[in-house]
Design a protein around this ligand. Sequence first.
Ligand SMILES: *Cc1c(COP(=O)(O)O)cnc(C)c1O
Length: 344
Amino acid sequence: METVRIDLYSDTQTRPSREMREAMAAAEVGDEQRREDPTTNRLQERVCELLGTEAALFLPTGTMANQISFRVHCRPGDEIIMERTAHARNFESGAPAALSGANAEIIEGQAGMFTARQLEAAIRGTDNHFPRSRVVVVEQTANVAGGTIWPLDQIEAVSAVGRRHGLAVHMDGARLFNAVVESNTPASEYAGHFDSLWVDFSKGLGAPVGAALAGSREFIERAWRFKHQFGGAMRQSGVIAAAALYALDHNIDRLADDHENARTLAKGLGAIEGITVEPVATNMVFFDVSGLGMTGEELVERTMEHGLRFSPMGPTRVRAVTHLDVSREQILEAVDIVGRIAAG
Ligand SMILES: *Cc1c(COP(=O)(O)O)cnc(C)c1O
């Protein structure tokens, strides 16, 4: 494989920094599944402070956080309402059906978001013929839709409808902190509208692994059982929890730099003839290359020859994600590389 110098494939490509590794090496540890790992316990407390929740649970991945939540909320035959592009529907290997016996009901939203009225229309009646509507999922930010931010008032309205109908209101907060930084809204204000939610440490926050699920004490106690059942209970997890704590201390505010870099990239790519750029909300830039007479795959192959990596997200749609291991200079170089390829 070619050497990747500028990796805009995803914000999952971040590597733990030297300082983060030092924090990991120095972590105090114990047996996590006995709830005796002091660093993991500290991380869970810190997450509760940030989100304003009663309890939190450290998990290996965000996928597990989504799936444990569904397992707690659902009985077989229940229905989970999600937007068409939702990660939990498209990129988790069919886990809602496989692990919880749950159906996915799809809302065709706008930029990854739907309205309270659309939710109301998607909720089933109580007739025995119907699946039981049980969970509604909000993805903040909405990844494949463009890294878009659900406005607080829309979340409030969706949550109110969900709760009125007895649904559990769940947030896939893989990039909640991108929304927090960009909208200047505290995480706890978003979190207050959810019965379960989680944040990822391994995306833009730069930790090598981990996510934290949060909610009421009762919800988290039930989640503990499935953490064991799904194989997510760990031992001396303080080593990785320390990286997550480091990320919360040092890497939240700087997400603003990633957003600035995304805007710079979008502006540069948008000026290249044959490329159409979608609006940028946070750290993702989606663009279409059909005007270059290329597929997304072809463009990605060409840029890889220059050590620049994007990810193809459809026949002619390409995604670039900015993160803490990509500098402004590299963003300008990326624009230059694409410009030269476009010019032939
Ligand atoms: C990455 C991602 C997940 C899954 O998180 P992992 O930690 O990779 O398992 C879930 N939802 C969204 C929106 C994501 O971007």
